[in-house]
Design a protein around this ligand. Sequence first.
Ligand code: ADP
Ligand code: MG
Length: 284
Amino acid sequence: MNAVEITNVHKSFPGPWGKVGAVYAVKGVSLSIPQGAVYGLIGPNGSGKSTIMKMLVGLLSPHEGSCNVFGRPATAAANRREIGFLPENPYFYKFLTGEETLRFYGRLCGLGGKSLRSRVRELLELVGLQDAARRRLAGYSKGMLQRIGLAQALVQSPRLLVLDEPTAGVDPIGSRVIRDIILDLKSRGLTVFLCSHLLEQVQEVCDRVGILYQGCLIAEGSIDELTDDPDRTQIILSGASAELLDRLRSLAGDSWISSSPLHRSLEQVFLRGIRAKMEQFSKT
Ligand SMILES: Nc1ncnc2c1ncn2[C@@H]1O[C@H](COP(=O)(O)OP(=O)(O)O)[C@@H](O)[C@H]1O
Ligand SMILES: [Mg+2]
């Protein structure tokens, strides 16, 4: 059984005069997510990503088609315990501390007593906020707020985690922390459905990707399936001499296209620089 099964889903929002001027947000989308996979939905703003997520957590109903989660319709009450959701613009009570916030959401989910206390401690540790647990959210950075949001979504130990733009507005280091948390959750067997317009980050964490454009899924598959160019082959050499390259070039003949140093991503350069500085500071 797949964790998520979306079949030919349509969703429109009425315009100011009913059907006239209606917005067709999702137009016949089908996709499935196997249990334990990390699935990324990518697409420009307004392509229907949040609408699909809201249908999956039962906040909106499709006009046509079906959304099933663990074999049940997404709107079934029994699914509430199985799904954790981080909305696009989560609203938190700024006067509560991180710890109080998680306790509040835990109570809403019916947890309490010792088990809630230990769950809150565990989650704060998982998202790396144990040192900020007693600080009010008003003083949290954007990255810390997204991490508290992630912990909130995990409070009742869901089997499916739905994350709407988990790294929106978060700097590269904060994004990396969130990415590592997602990979950690995946290693514990959780199914994750996330959406983003940050393509590189999706590529780093997701097993499968769907590309959404104006409410339609225009491509879907594993990262390799989508990005492999069957006509081209890349060979990576370390410390290759000019002579070796010349020999390879003559051997390859007309098949040779180009050779150049391997590029690092700007993110790698940035993080490497920061890590070196952090090590320097920790020594002094
Ligand atoms: N509650 C709503 N009422 C009217 N239109 C909406 C509503 N929610 C979303 N839309 C419209 O549906 C389309 C898809 O929106 P959304 O799912 O939020 O896109 P994304 O998350 O990819 O940015 C957009 O054109 C948006 O304006
Ligand atoms: Mg959105």
